[in-house]
Write a protein that binds this ligand. Structure first.
Ligand SMILES: Cc1cc2nc3c(=O)[nH]c(=O)nc-3n(C[C@H](O)[C@H](O)[C@H](O)COP(=O)(O)OP(=O)(O)OC[C@H]3O[C@@H](n4cnc5c(N)ncnc54)[C@H](O)[C@@H]3O)c2cc1C
Length: 244
């Protein structure tokens, strides 16, 4: 943009991962981004809290070997990563916990799933859901059992329920498989940043977004109340929130 021609000032609403990523991309492209965030800190659902010197992630935490852009960002910002804590499943009836089942992770199971995917719902990885809805409308557990993929329910079911996505008896197979594909749970990528499995940001996921925010113009405690588009103009009404 020679001489600043075409440079735009852009208001980004929200300093979560999406807003900060957009603002960073705009700045890199030569524009000016101002991020307005109603909270008192950045990160949104990717923030962390510190309790007795330990970082606890309030939302985003797990990255799979498909998180290549996030890995590149962490490397660029000089942040260390570490493997996520292994999940354990608590058996309420037996009164003890056990490691999460790895029954699904065999060559035969992967091949069985791949074959079904390629023949019945090959577009699952594309944006949207409608293209695969017909093939995957049954409840997840029912669909998995009727296709010989019980091990998939065993390996992933508890995690889905624990993350708040619902029971496999209720959520459609479509959501179950779309999420697994999108997040990289079924990824064949070998490793990322030296991690063979899932990893996270050392010191808390929130530190990544705090670091991204350092180079940006962020206005905290500013809530957007209204956006009005009229005759090519955009009017944004914001409110400054007072904090104690
Ligand atoms: C419990 C939990 C666990 C999760 N685990 C994972 C995981 O392991 N791996 C993973 O990849 N993802 C995970 N996620 C999902 C991930 O955290 C979210 O997808 C991601 O953080 C969403 O980012 P965002 O910027 O789109 O939205 P948000 O994080 O919600 O950010 C939106 C921001 O906009 C601000 N805002 C909203 N309205 C206004 C307004 N009117 N004016 C000004 N500011 C406003 C909010 O305060 C907020 O800071 C998890 C989510 C939750 C809740």
């Amino acid at each position: 943009m020679p001489g600043g021609q075409g440079v735009k000032t852009v208001i980004v609403i929200g300093a979560g991962a999406s807003g900060l990523t957009a603002a960073r991309a705009l700045e890199k492209a030569g524009h000016r981004a101002i991020v307005l965030e109603r909270g008192g800190e950045v990160g949104g659902k990717c923030a962390s809290v510190d309790i007795d010197g330990h970082a606890f992630d309030l939302g985003g935490h797990v990255c799979t070997t498909e998180y290549r852009r996030l890995a590149a960002l962490a490397t660029e910002l000089g942040l260390d990563t570490e493997p996520t804590t292994p999940h354990r499943v608590f058996d309420a009836q037996a009164g003890r916990s056990r490691p999460q089942s790895s029954a699904f992770f065999t060559y035969e199971n992967f091949q069985r799933y791949r074959h079904l995917r390629d023949t019945r719902f090959p577009r699952l990885g594309e944006p949207g859901l409608a293209h695969s809805a017909k093939a995957l409308s049954a409840p997840a557990r029912q669909w998995l059992e009727s296709h010989g993929l019980e091990a998939m329910a065993e390996s992933f079911g508890a995690g889905y329920t624990a993350a708040g996505y619902g029971s496999l008896d209720e959520i459609p197979a479509l959501y179950f498989l779309k999420y697994a594909e999108m997040t990289g749970l079924l990824s064949s990528a070998r490793d990322l940043l030296g991690h063979a499995g899932s990893f996270t940001i050392k010191g808390g996921f929130g530190t990544l977004w705090q670091k991204v925010a350092q180079d940006l113009d962020i206005r905290l405690n500013v809530e957007i109340e209204q956006i009005v588009r009229n005759a090519g103009q955009v009017r944004v009404r914001a409110c400054l929130l007072y904090t104690s």
